[in-house]
Design a binder for this molecule. Structure first.
Ligand SMILES: NC(=O)C1=CN([C@@H]2O[C@H](COP(=O)(O)OP(=O)(O)OC[C@H]3O[C@@H](n4cnc5c(N)ncnc54)[C@H](O)[C@@H]3O)[C@@H](O)[C@H]2O)C=CC1
Ligand SMILES: CC/C=C\C[C@H](O)C(=O)/C=C/C=C/C=C\C=C\[C@@H](O)C/C=C\CCC(=O)O
Length: 257
């Protein structure tokens, strides 16, 4: 998929991985609608990006926990730029103490966003098709001992994404679905780990040891992998694991073979 003339929606776009995703999509010619609950960061990023790339971004204050706000944001995106071709369901938190909120944002937010995007992108209802990339995590592939609920949400994102990819092919939606599974990335989400582990805070040292063992990625390394999943039209139903020593597409064994 060439990105010139295409419109992307990125959730959690104001900071961290979402900000890097926004920048690489703009660098490659797309228009980008930034959705985030952090209005201050989102507005200032939009201003900076519009100065650098021309009027090719829109920021909307939007909480992915709210069906109403997401629905309005997608409609505003389509009204402003005429189409939605790419969705990056990236917004997420890590907090085992507020685990219901973690589920609501990380998993339910991805489902909400995917289903709302279908209304705009689905070829069976007048859309042009496109691609949806859901930000999971390495924790979606292997168990993260100090974050069982976070692990559950990210495992759910991987499973949902793979099932939607199959449903899309069978239904003729014309939309590819892929999961992006980074290892540890240097962002705000990794700060104050002990405060994020809730009942598992006694596993803070074990978590730090895991970070040391696996190393830490930069946001731009993750954004490069997003670009691959968006532009390579052969990619559908994939889970791409990214860590400092490299990246790999996960192979899932089929129970039917
Ligand atoms: N930092 C890491 O080590 C890794 C992060 N991830 C995932 O990457 C995604 C982005 O995380 P980071 O950039 O690291 O975190 P971050 O905390 O730096 O950025 C997250 C962004 O999402 C926004 N956000 C939070 N809740 C929201 C909501 N309800 N609605 C809309 N926006 C909301 C925040 O305001 C922030 O701008 C998350 O899904 C996270 O689980 C995956 C693997 C590794
Ligand atoms: C403090 C938490 C910060 C960030 C959370 C973030 O989402 C993250 O990167 C979490 C990673 C957790 C990894 C946990 C365990 C790893 C499990 C292993 O099974 C490795 C899994 C896949 C590696 C691919 C492979 O080579 O098999």
């Amino acid at each position: 998929m060439a990105l010139e003339g295409k419109t992307a929606v990125v959730t959690g776009a104001a900071m961290g991985i979402g900000k890097a995703m926004t920048e690489i999509l703009l660098q490659n010619g797309a228009k980008v609608v930034l959705l985030d609950v952090n209005a201050t960061a989102g507005e200032s990023l939009k201003e900076a990006l519009n100065k650098e790339y021309g009027q090719k971004t829109l920021f909307l204050n939007c909480d992915v926990e709210s069906e109403e706000q997401l629905k309005a944001a997608f409609q505003k995106a389509a009204d402003t730029f005429g189409r939605i071709d790419i969705l990056c369901n990236n917004a997420g938190i890590l907090n085992e103490a507020t685990w219901e909120k973690t589920v609501s944002i990380n998993l339910m937010g991805v489902i909400r966003g995917s289903y709302l995007a279908l209304e705009h992108m689905n070829k069976m209802s007048g859309g042009q098709g496109g691609v949806i990339v859901n930000t999971a995590s390495m924790a979606g592939i292997g168990p993260f001992l100090s974050c069982p609920v976070y692990t559950a949400t990210k495992s759910g994102v991987v499973g949902f994404t793979r099932a939607m990819a199959a449903a899309s092919v069978a239904s003729g939606y014309g939309i590819r679905f892929n999961a992006l599974c980074p290892g540890f990335v240097q962002t705000e989400l990794m700060s104050n780990i002990v405060d994020r582990l809730g009942r598992f805070s006694h596993l803070t040292d074990a978590t730090h040891k895991l970070v040391e063992k696996m190393g830490v990625l930069s946001v731009s390394e993750v954004a490069e992998c997003l670009l691959e999943l968006v532009t390579d039209e052969t990619k559908n139903g994939e889970a791409l694991v990214v860590f400092p020593k490299g990246k790999k597409y996960v192979t899932f064994s089929s129970l039917l073979q």
